[in-house]
Design a binder for this molecule. Structure first.
Ligand code: ATR
Length: 276
């Protein structure tokens, strides 16, 4: 019998995770199944408990369940503790549940390995101060950028978020207005604005000529922020599909101890989106 894995979220019907993990399982010869289940926050604990009681070995948790998964896990990896959110749960041999967060690692792997970017010494602008931003700051700081500036519609949230990570490197926070006159090599969009086609108010000249724009969101069409990057002189302006695949690969590795080859799957998705 195959071993069971799943993703919980709400909404979940458009999730690409079942396809990604099924691809990885076939590629690495792992006997496992991976399904998607719509789970409302109020039913989260019951559903997770039932999943593991009936023999499930690992879960991904996505929006809006990552903080609940953090609270549910019996133990957490250091990177999950920093993110205060969990996207991966793993059944341990002693029956306890381990919580991990593979989002930040997925982003950094996509930036470095797939897009061949250097983060060391770069000036990074991070848009948004919600859960998506929180999960990626520590892994980005590990790459020793010159600075990370967090800009948010509600400036206080950015200031507070920056303060939480100051022990790890140069990071500051504020509002969009404070970006006037500043320039960045890489702009990461971690606001939820892009999903509804909206953009944060960014001053002209905030992206250095030939810089990079990266939207953590993704879709079958380029997002509003990817379009913004292309219109403002970016050498690369890409969405977060690579991050999704890389965070999945890291979860797969945690569960199965085998690292899938992501390049093959990325090229499948890219050709489907007409980018080859
Ligand atoms: P997530 O977990 O996806 O980060 P979140 O915690 O709700 O979701 O955070 C959403 C982020 O997108 C916040 O930084 C939010 O700004 P506020 O803190 O001011 O609410 C940002 N955001 C959402 N809609 C936005 C918009 N139209 N323009 C700019 N920022 C927006």
């Amino acid at each position: 019998m195959s071993e069971c894995y799943a993703v919980f979220g709400q909404p979940i019907q458009h999730s690409k995770s079942p396809r990604i993990h099924t691809f990885f399982a076939a590629q690495t010869g792992q006997n496992m199944s991976y399904t998607a289940q719509e789970v409302a926050p109020e039913h989260f604990s019951d559903n997770v408990q039932a999943f593991f009681v009936y023999g499930g070995l690992g879960l991904n948790c996505t929006v809006p369940l990552k903080e609940l998964a953090f609270a549910y896990a019996d133990s957490k990896t250091p990177r999950a503790l920093r993110a205060k959110a969990v996207n991966t749960l793993k059944y341990q041999p002693d029956g306890s549940i381990l919580g991990d967060n593979t989002d930040g690692c997925g982003l950094v792997t996509d930036l470095l390995d797939n897009h061949k970017l250097t983060l060391a010494g770069r000036r990074i602008l991070l848009l948004g101060a919600g859960g998506a931003s929180r999960g990626i700051i520590a892994p980005l700081l590990e790459q020793a950028p010159a600075t990370i500036v967090i800009a948010n519609r509600t400036p206080d949230k950015a200031t507070q978020l920056a303060a939480e990570f100051q022990d790890l490197g140069g990071v500051s926070g504020g509002g969009f207005a404070e970006l006037n006159g500043q320039q960045f090599d890489l702009i990461l969009n971690a606001t939820s604005a892009s999903l509804s086609g909206q953009l944060p108010p960014l001053p002209d000249g905030v992206l250095v000529a030939g810089g990079v724009c990266y939207d953590l969101a993704y879709g079958n069409q380029p997002t509003a922020f990817v379009h913004w990057g292309l219109a403002h002189g970016a050498a690369h302006s890409v969405d977060g599909l690579g991050m999704l695949i890389e965070q999945a690969a890291e979860a797969f590795y945690l569960w199965r101890g085998v690292r899938p080859d992501t390049a093959e799957l990325i090229s499948v998705f890219d050709s489907e989106r007409g980018r080859l």
